[in-house]
Ligand binder design. Structure first.
Ligand code: SAM
Ligand code: SF4
Ligand code: SF4
Length: 365
Protein backbone atom coordinates (compact mmCIF):
# COMPACT_ATOMS: atom_id res chain seq x y z
CA UNK A 1 0.00 0.00 0.00
CA UNK A 2 1.33 3.43 -0.90
CA UNK A 3 1.90 5.90 1.85
CA UNK A 4 2.17 9.67 1.94
CA UNK A 5 3.91 11.06 4.97
CA UNK A 6 3.82 14.81 4.46
CA UNK A 7 1.23 16.62 6.55
CA UNK A 8 -1.57 18.47 4.91
CA UNK A 9 -3.63 19.72 7.81
CA UNK A 10 -3.80 23.41 8.68
CA UNK A 11 -2.41 24.66 12.00
CA UNK A 12 -5.12 24.78 14.65
CA UNK A 13 -4.43 28.48 15.26
CA UNK A 14 -4.47 29.40 11.55
CA UNK A 15 -6.05 32.81 11.07
CA UNK A 16 -8.84 33.17 8.55
CA UNK A 17 -7.13 32.99 5.14
CA UNK A 18 -9.80 35.15 3.48
CA UNK A 19 -7.73 38.31 3.49
CA UNK A 20 -8.64 39.48 6.98
CA UNK A 21 -5.10 39.75 8.35
CA UNK A 22 -4.23 43.05 9.96
CA UNK A 23 -2.10 45.18 7.61
CA UNK A 24 1.60 44.90 8.47
CA UNK A 25 2.52 48.22 9.99
CA UNK A 26 6.28 48.14 9.28
CA UNK A 27 9.03 48.07 11.88
CA UNK A 28 10.67 44.89 13.16
CA UNK A 29 8.48 41.81 12.77
CA UNK A 30 8.69 39.74 15.96
CA UNK A 31 6.96 36.50 16.96
CA UNK A 32 5.28 35.88 20.34
CA UNK A 33 8.70 35.13 21.84
CA UNK A 34 10.14 38.35 20.38
CA UNK A 35 12.22 36.52 17.77
CA UNK A 36 12.77 38.26 14.41
CA UNK A 37 12.32 36.57 11.04
CA UNK A 38 15.83 36.30 9.57
CA UNK A 39 16.18 33.03 7.65
CA UNK A 40 13.98 31.41 5.02
CA UNK A 41 14.57 27.78 4.09
CA UNK A 42 12.97 26.77 0.85
CA UNK A 43 12.40 23.10 0.13
CA UNK A 44 12.15 22.69 -3.64
CA UNK A 45 11.33 18.97 -3.78
CA UNK A 46 10.40 16.09 -1.49
CA UNK A 47 12.33 13.63 -3.67
CA UNK A 48 15.82 12.32 -3.01
CA UNK A 49 18.28 9.90 -4.58
CA UNK A 50 19.47 8.78 -1.09
CA UNK A 51 17.57 6.93 1.60
CA UNK A 52 19.50 8.08 4.68
CA UNK A 53 18.24 5.86 7.47
CA UNK A 54 17.73 8.83 9.82
CA UNK A 55 15.73 10.81 7.26
CA UNK A 56 14.03 8.65 4.58
CA UNK A 57 14.14 5.04 5.76
CA UNK A 58 13.55 2.80 2.73
CA UNK A 59 10.90 0.77 4.59
CA UNK A 60 8.74 3.90 4.49
CA UNK A 61 10.07 5.72 1.41
CA UNK A 62 10.05 2.66 -0.81
CA UNK A 63 9.11 2.19 -4.46
CA UNK A 64 5.41 2.56 -3.58
CA UNK A 65 5.85 5.91 -1.83
CA UNK A 66 3.84 8.68 -3.49
CA UNK A 67 5.91 11.82 -3.86
CA UNK A 68 4.23 15.10 -4.70
CA UNK A 69 3.08 15.51 -8.28
CA UNK A 70 4.94 18.24 -10.14
CA UNK A 71 1.80 20.35 -10.61
CA UNK A 72 1.41 20.78 -6.87
CA UNK A 73 4.93 22.18 -6.44
CA UNK A 74 5.36 25.93 -6.39
CA UNK A 75 6.84 27.25 -9.62
CA UNK A 76 10.14 29.15 -9.46
CA UNK A 77 8.22 32.41 -10.01
CA UNK A 78 5.89 31.61 -7.10
CA UNK A 79 8.83 30.74 -4.85
CA UNK A 80 10.66 33.94 -5.78
CA UNK A 81 7.53 35.98 -5.09
CA UNK A 82 7.17 34.55 -1.57
CA UNK A 83 10.89 35.00 -0.97
CA UNK A 84 10.74 38.65 -2.08
CA UNK A 85 7.91 39.32 0.34
CA UNK A 86 9.80 37.54 3.13
CA UNK A 87 12.85 39.74 2.43
CA UNK A 88 10.61 42.78 2.87
CA UNK A 89 9.68 41.38 6.30
CA UNK A 90 13.26 40.90 7.48
CA UNK A 91 14.69 37.77 5.83
CA UNK A 92 18.39 38.19 5.09
CA UNK A 93 19.38 34.60 4.43
CA UNK A 94 17.80 32.07 2.07
CA UNK A 95 18.74 28.41 1.97
CA UNK A 96 17.51 26.05 -0.74
CA UNK A 97 16.99 22.51 0.43
CA UNK A 98 14.80 19.43 -0.05
CA UNK A 99 14.69 16.37 -0.45
CA UNK A 100 17.65 16.70 -2.72
CA UNK A 101 17.42 20.20 -4.22
CA UNK A 102 19.71 19.43 -7.16
CA UNK A 103 17.12 16.93 -8.41
CA UNK A 104 14.81 19.85 -9.23
CA UNK A 105 15.40 20.59 -12.92
CA UNK A 106 16.98 23.93 -13.86
CA UNK A 107 17.43 24.97 -10.24
CA UNK A 108 19.87 27.62 -11.46
CA UNK A 109 16.87 29.50 -12.89
CA UNK A 110 15.38 29.79 -9.41
CA UNK A 111 18.76 30.88 -8.04
CA UNK A 112 18.95 33.61 -10.68
CA UNK A 113 15.54 34.92 -9.58
CA UNK A 114 16.52 34.86 -5.90
CA UNK A 115 19.89 36.49 -6.58
CA UNK A 116 18.03 39.56 -7.88
CA UNK A 117 16.23 40.15 -4.58
CA UNK A 118 17.32 43.20 -2.59
CA UNK A 119 16.74 44.13 1.06
CA UNK A 120 15.13 47.51 1.82
CA UNK A 121 18.74 48.77 2.21
CA UNK A 122 19.53 47.63 -1.34
CA UNK A 123 21.71 44.67 -0.34
CA UNK A 124 21.49 41.17 -1.86
CA UNK A 125 20.43 38.39 0.51
CA UNK A 126 22.78 35.60 1.54
CA UNK A 127 21.94 32.71 -0.81
CA UNK A 128 22.96 29.16 0.07
CA UNK A 129 22.01 25.57 -0.65
CA UNK A 130 22.20 22.26 1.21
CA UNK A 131 22.84 19.16 -0.89
CA UNK A 132 23.95 15.57 -0.55
CA UNK A 133 26.64 16.42 -3.10
CA UNK A 134 25.97 13.65 -5.63
CA UNK A 135 25.25 16.05 -8.51
CA UNK A 136 27.37 18.92 -7.28
CA UNK A 137 30.53 18.36 -9.34
CA UNK A 138 28.40 18.65 -12.47
CA UNK A 139 26.28 21.59 -11.36
CA UNK A 140 28.50 23.77 -9.16
CA UNK A 141 29.62 26.15 -11.90
CA UNK A 142 26.09 26.82 -13.20
CA UNK A 143 24.88 27.39 -9.62
CA UNK A 144 27.69 29.86 -8.97
CA UNK A 145 27.11 31.69 -12.25
CA UNK A 146 23.40 31.98 -11.43
CA UNK A 147 24.30 33.82 -8.21
CA UNK A 148 24.53 31.18 -5.45
CA UNK A 149 26.96 32.25 -2.71
CA UNK A 150 27.83 29.06 -0.82
CA UNK A 151 26.87 25.41 -0.34
CA UNK A 152 26.57 23.01 2.55
CA UNK A 153 27.25 19.39 1.66
CA UNK A 154 26.07 16.49 3.81
CA UNK A 155 28.59 13.70 4.32
CA UNK A 156 28.27 11.25 7.20
CA UNK A 157 31.38 9.13 6.72
CA UNK A 158 34.67 8.92 4.82
CA UNK A 159 34.63 5.17 4.76
CA UNK A 160 32.64 3.88 1.76
CA UNK A 161 30.90 1.02 3.53
CA UNK A 162 29.81 3.22 6.44
CA UNK A 163 28.69 5.90 4.00
CA UNK A 164 26.64 3.31 2.15
CA UNK A 165 25.00 2.25 5.41
CA UNK A 166 24.18 5.82 6.38
CA UNK A 167 22.86 6.94 2.99
CA UNK A 168 21.46 3.57 1.89
CA UNK A 169 22.83 4.28 -1.58
CA UNK A 170 25.71 2.99 -3.68
CA UNK A 171 27.15 6.44 -4.34
CA UNK A 172 30.84 6.58 -3.46
CA UNK A 173 32.37 8.97 -0.94
CA UNK A 174 34.70 10.09 -3.77
CA UNK A 175 31.71 11.44 -5.72
CA UNK A 176 30.68 13.65 -2.82
CA UNK A 177 34.27 14.75 -2.18
CA UNK A 178 34.59 15.73 -5.85
CA UNK A 179 31.43 17.80 -5.48
CA UNK A 180 32.88 19.55 -2.43
CA UNK A 181 36.17 20.33 -4.20
CA UNK A 182 34.45 21.57 -7.35
CA UNK A 183 32.16 23.81 -5.28
CA UNK A 184 35.20 25.35 -3.59
CA UNK A 185 37.01 25.69 -6.93
CA UNK A 186 34.18 27.68 -8.52
CA UNK A 187 33.95 29.94 -5.46
CA UNK A 188 30.96 28.53 -3.52
CA UNK A 189 33.17 28.84 -0.46
CA UNK A 190 33.76 28.28 2.32
CA UNK A 191 32.00 24.95 1.85
CA UNK A 192 30.32 23.63 4.97
CA UNK A 193 30.22 19.87 5.42
CA UNK A 194 27.42 18.47 7.61
CA UNK A 195 27.88 15.15 9.39
CA UNK A 196 24.93 13.68 11.31
CA UNK A 197 26.32 11.54 14.11
CA UNK A 198 24.51 8.40 15.27
CA UNK A 199 26.08 6.94 18.37
CA UNK A 200 27.17 3.36 17.84
CA UNK A 201 26.94 3.69 14.06
CA UNK A 202 29.12 6.36 12.42
CA UNK A 203 30.73 7.93 15.51
CA UNK A 204 33.96 6.11 14.62
CA UNK A 205 34.11 8.43 11.60
CA UNK A 206 34.30 11.66 13.62
CA UNK A 207 38.09 11.73 13.93
CA UNK A 208 38.77 10.58 10.34
CA UNK A 209 36.43 13.33 9.12
CA UNK A 210 38.12 15.92 11.36
CA UNK A 211 41.57 14.86 10.13
CA UNK A 212 40.47 14.91 6.49
CA UNK A 213 38.93 18.39 6.56
CA UNK A 214 41.63 20.17 8.62
CA UNK A 215 43.67 22.45 6.34
CA UNK A 216 41.01 22.16 3.61
CA UNK A 217 39.33 25.52 4.16
CA UNK A 218 35.97 23.67 4.45
CA UNK A 219 34.02 23.91 7.71
CA UNK A 220 33.00 20.55 9.16
CA UNK A 221 29.86 20.64 11.30
CA UNK A 222 28.61 17.82 13.48
CA UNK A 223 24.85 17.51 13.88
CA UNK A 224 23.26 15.76 16.83
CA UNK A 225 20.84 13.11 15.57
CA UNK A 226 17.36 14.65 15.91
CA UNK A 227 13.85 13.30 16.39
CA UNK A 228 12.54 14.99 13.26
CA UNK A 229 9.58 13.38 11.52
CA UNK A 230 7.84 10.24 12.64
CA UNK A 231 9.57 7.58 10.58
CA UNK A 232 13.20 7.27 11.67
CA UNK A 233 12.61 5.47 14.99
CA UNK A 234 14.72 8.05 16.83
CA UNK A 235 16.03 7.12 20.25
CA UNK A 236 17.89 9.38 22.69
CA UNK A 237 20.45 6.60 23.28
CA UNK A 238 21.69 7.17 19.72
CA UNK A 239 22.53 10.83 20.32
CA UNK A 240 26.18 11.70 20.80
CA UNK A 241 26.10 15.23 22.20
CA UNK A 242 27.99 18.18 20.76
CA UNK A 243 30.01 18.32 23.99
CA UNK A 244 31.08 14.67 23.63
CA UNK A 245 32.04 15.29 20.00
CA UNK A 246 34.09 18.37 20.92
CA UNK A 247 35.83 16.46 23.73
CA UNK A 248 36.74 13.68 21.33
CA UNK A 249 38.16 16.03 18.70
CA UNK A 250 39.76 18.28 21.32
CA UNK A 251 41.68 15.30 22.73
CA UNK A 252 43.55 15.08 19.41
CA UNK A 253 43.39 18.69 18.20
CA UNK A 254 42.99 21.44 20.84
CA UNK A 255 40.05 23.73 20.10
CA UNK A 256 39.05 27.31 20.95
CA UNK A 257 35.60 28.94 20.65
CA UNK A 258 34.72 31.40 17.88
CA UNK A 259 32.03 34.10 18.25
CA UNK A 260 28.72 33.64 16.43
CA UNK A 261 28.27 35.63 13.20
CA UNK A 262 24.78 36.73 14.19
CA UNK A 263 22.02 36.11 16.74
CA UNK A 264 20.26 32.85 15.89
CA UNK A 265 23.20 31.18 14.13
CA UNK A 266 22.54 27.46 14.34
CA UNK A 267 26.04 26.06 14.78
CA UNK A 268 28.27 26.69 17.78
CA UNK A 269 31.62 27.55 16.20
CA UNK A 270 35.11 26.34 17.19
CA UNK A 271 38.56 26.55 15.61
CA UNK A 272 41.66 24.42 15.85
CA UNK A 273 44.18 26.17 18.10
CA UNK A 274 46.93 25.51 15.54
CA UNK A 275 45.06 27.53 12.89
CA UNK A 276 44.20 24.52 10.73
CA UNK A 277 40.51 25.34 10.37
CA UNK A 278 37.08 25.74 11.85
CA UNK A 279 34.42 23.24 12.95
CA UNK A 280 30.91 23.55 14.37
CA UNK A 281 28.42 21.57 16.42
CA UNK A 282 24.66 21.75 16.03
CA UNK A 283 23.20 20.79 19.39
CA UNK A 284 19.45 20.87 18.87
CA UNK A 285 18.97 18.01 21.33
CA UNK A 286 21.46 18.64 24.13
CA UNK A 287 21.45 22.47 24.09
CA UNK A 288 18.27 23.73 22.42
CA UNK A 289 18.55 27.13 20.75
CA UNK A 290 14.84 27.94 20.35
CA UNK A 291 15.29 31.27 22.13
CA UNK A 292 17.13 32.65 19.10
CA UNK A 293 15.35 30.68 16.37
CA UNK A 294 14.65 33.01 13.46
CA UNK A 295 13.85 30.49 10.70
CA UNK A 296 10.73 29.98 8.62
CA UNK A 297 10.40 27.14 6.14
CA UNK A 298 8.58 27.06 2.83
CA UNK A 299 7.53 23.57 1.73
CA UNK A 300 7.62 22.41 -1.91
CA UNK A 301 3.89 23.00 -2.37
CA UNK A 302 3.80 26.33 -0.60
CA UNK A 303 3.15 25.82 3.08
CA UNK A 304 4.97 27.85 5.70
CA UNK A 305 6.28 25.82 8.63
CA UNK A 306 7.62 27.70 11.61
CA UNK A 307 9.46 24.89 13.33
CA UNK A 308 11.37 21.83 12.18
CA UNK A 309 9.13 19.79 14.46
CA UNK A 310 5.82 21.35 13.44
CA UNK A 311 2.80 19.18 12.80
CA UNK A 312 1.17 21.50 10.26
CA UNK A 313 1.98 24.27 7.83
CA UNK A 314 0.21 27.47 6.77
CA UNK A 315 -0.94 27.29 3.15
CA UNK A 316 0.24 30.14 0.92
CA UNK A 317 -0.29 28.43 -2.42
CA UNK A 318 -4.03 29.03 -2.47
CA UNK A 319 -3.35 32.75 -2.00
CA UNK A 320 -0.61 32.72 -4.66
CA UNK A 321 -2.86 30.94 -7.15
CA UNK A 322 -6.02 32.79 -6.10
CA UNK A 323 -4.92 36.23 -7.24
CA UNK A 324 -3.79 37.66 -3.87
CA UNK A 325 -1.90 40.95 -4.04
CA UNK A 326 1.63 41.34 -2.68
CA UNK A 327 0.17 43.28 0.26
CA UNK A 328 -2.23 40.43 1.09
CA UNK A 329 0.61 37.92 0.94
CA UNK A 330 2.79 40.17 3.08
CA UNK A 331 0.08 40.61 5.69
CA UNK A 332 -0.58 36.85 5.73
CA UNK A 333 3.09 36.02 6.21
CA UNK A 334 3.49 38.72 8.86
CA UNK A 335 0.43 37.41 10.73
CA UNK A 336 1.78 33.85 10.57
CA UNK A 337 5.15 34.91 12.01
CA UNK A 338 3.54 37.20 14.54
CA UNK A 339 1.54 34.31 16.02
CA UNK A 340 4.52 31.97 16.24
CA UNK A 341 5.24 30.44 19.63
CA UNK A 342 7.23 27.29 18.73
CA UNK A 343 9.99 26.06 21.01
CA UNK A 344 9.88 22.29 20.52
CA UNK A 345 13.47 21.49 21.46
CA UNK A 346 13.02 23.16 24.82
CA UNK A 347 9.96 21.00 25.48
CA UNK A 348 11.36 17.74 24.11
CA UNK A 349 10.20 14.72 26.08
CA UNK A 350 8.19 11.52 25.81
CA UNK A 351 4.99 13.36 24.97
CA UNK A 352 6.49 15.54 22.23
CA UNK A 353 8.16 12.61 20.50
CA UNK A 354 4.80 10.95 19.99
CA UNK A 355 3.40 13.96 18.11
CA UNK A 356 2.85 13.91 14.36
CA UNK A 357 5.79 15.81 12.89
CA UNK A 358 6.61 16.91 9.40
CA UNK A 359 9.31 14.83 7.68
CA UNK A 360 12.81 16.28 7.24
CA UNK A 361 12.89 15.20 3.58
CA UNK A 362 9.82 17.36 2.95
CA UNK A 363 10.78 20.46 4.90
CA UNK A 364 14.54 20.29 4.44
CA UNK A 365 16.11 21.09 7.80
N1 SAM B 1 19.31 16.28 0.74
C1 SAM B 1 20.04 17.39 1.19
C2 SAM B 1 21.13 16.96 2.14
O1 SAM B 1 21.08 15.84 2.66
O2 SAM B 1 22.02 17.77 2.37
C3 SAM B 1 19.21 18.50 1.82
C4 SAM B 1 18.06 18.08 2.70
S1 SAM B 1 18.51 17.25 4.21
C5 SAM B 1 16.92 16.94 4.90
C6 SAM B 1 19.17 18.60 5.18
C7 SAM B 1 20.04 18.21 6.33
O3 SAM B 1 19.26 17.56 7.31
C8 SAM B 1 21.17 17.27 5.98
O4 SAM B 1 22.40 17.82 6.39
C9 SAM B 1 20.84 16.03 6.79
O5 SAM B 1 21.99 15.35 7.19
C10 SAM B 1 20.07 16.60 7.94
N2 SAM B 1 19.21 15.63 8.62
C11 SAM B 1 18.25 14.85 8.07
N3 SAM B 1 17.66 14.09 9.01
C12 SAM B 1 18.25 14.38 10.19
C13 SAM B 1 18.10 13.92 11.54
N4 SAM B 1 17.21 13.01 11.87
N5 SAM B 1 18.88 14.46 12.49
C14 SAM B 1 19.80 15.42 12.18
N6 SAM B 1 19.99 15.89 10.94
C15 SAM B 1 19.24 15.36 9.95
FE1 SF4 C 1 18.03 12.72 1.13
FE2 SF4 C 1 19.19 14.64 2.49
FE3 SF4 C 1 17.32 13.12 3.64
FE4 SF4 C 1 19.65 12.02 3.07
S1 SF4 C 1 19.30 13.70 4.51
S2 SF4 C 1 17.65 11.13 2.63
S3 SF4 C 1 20.23 13.08 1.24
S4 SF4 C 1 17.01 14.51 1.98
FE1 SF4 D 1 13.51 26.57 16.02
FE2 SF4 D 1 11.72 24.63 16.39
FE3 SF4 D 1 14.34 24.05 16.30
FE4 SF4 D 1 13.33 25.36 18.41
S1 SF4 D 1 12.84 23.29 17.81
S2 SF4 D 1 15.23 25.86 17.30
S3 SF4 D 1 11.75 26.63 17.42
S4 SF4 D 1 13.11 24.88 14.61
Amino acid sequence: MSKVIYLTKQPSNAPDPAGTDAPFGGGPLLDLRRRPLHDLRISVTDRCNFRCTYCMPREVFGSDYEFMPHASLLSFEEIARVAGIAVGLGVRKIRLTGGEPLLRKHLENLIALLARLRTPEGEPVDLTLTTNGTLLAKKARALKEAGLHRVTVSLDALDDSMFERMSDSNVSVATVLEGIEEAARVGLAPVKVNMVVRKGLNDGQILPMARHFRHSGHILRFIEYMDVGSTNGWNLDEVLTGRQILDLIGSEFPLEPVDAHYRGEVAERWRYADGSGEIGVITSVSQPFCGDCSRARLSPEGRIFLCLFADAGHDLRSLLRGGASDEQLRDRLAAIWHGRNDHYSEQRGHETQRRDKVEMSYIGG
